[in-house]
Design a protein around this ligand. Structure first.
Ligand SMILES: [Zn+2]
Length: 186
């Protein structure tokens, strides 16, 4: 299992990129990586743009321990993804144009070239249902077996990959595609 100091640079890079690109507010969003039967996830209320080692929480994928209560409020979703998929990293954030479109439609179909290639269809989970933190864990995990990224209606995106950098890249593609759709009024 990787030590926290070895994981920290990857979390800091992705957290800093999400914050500087406006895809999370100061205390919004969360990141995790799989570690065998555990996961390492950002602390509840942590600032993704300014993470330090105390913001990385290791806890079980299948069982609670004393660290569990420190973890992000979206822990249930991250756990479900590691239980139901082979992926090793999850990025959750609130990209503005993606969230706007999730209020309006039950799936996003990019029209730009990169979007069409890498994320041709992005399902919107819980369309029309009031979102709650940690909601829809089973649905999100199930759908991420077939799609690289999903959006929870009125809330934000969950992207998966084998690394945080990969899940971040998918998230950025999503927001660019949604911004283009929004500007095109498509
Ligand atoms: Zn959120």
């Amino acid at each position: 299992m990787a030590a926290l100091q070895d994981l920290l640079p990857g979390f800091q890079t992705v957290g800093g990129d999400l914050y500087s690109h406006g895809m999370v507010s100061m205390h919004g969003g969360n990141l995790s990586v799989r570690q065998d039967t555990n996961l390492c996830i950002t602390r509840s209320g942590s600032r993704l743009g300014y993470l330090d080692q105390s913001d990385l929480i290791q806890t079980g994928i299948n069982k609670d321990d004393p660290n569990t209560k420190l973890a992000s409020s979206e822990l249930a979703v991250h756990r479900a993804i590691y239980r139901k998929t082979p992926f090793a990293a999850v990025v959750h954030c609130h990209p503005i144009h993606a969230v706007v479109l999730s209020f309006l439609r039950d799936k996003i179909v990019p029209s730009d070239e990169a979007g069409k290639l890498f994320i041709p269809v992005v399902p919107v989970i819980g369309f029309g249902i009031e979102p709650v933190p940690g909601g829809f864990p089973q649905e999100i995990a199930e759908v991420l077996n077939s799609y690289p990224v999903v959006i929870v209606h009125g809330h934000g995106s969950f992207a998966r990959g084998m690394t945080l950098a990969e899940a971040y890249a998918i998230t950025e593609l999503l927001e660019i595609s949604c911004r283009i759709l929004y500007l095109l009024k498509k």
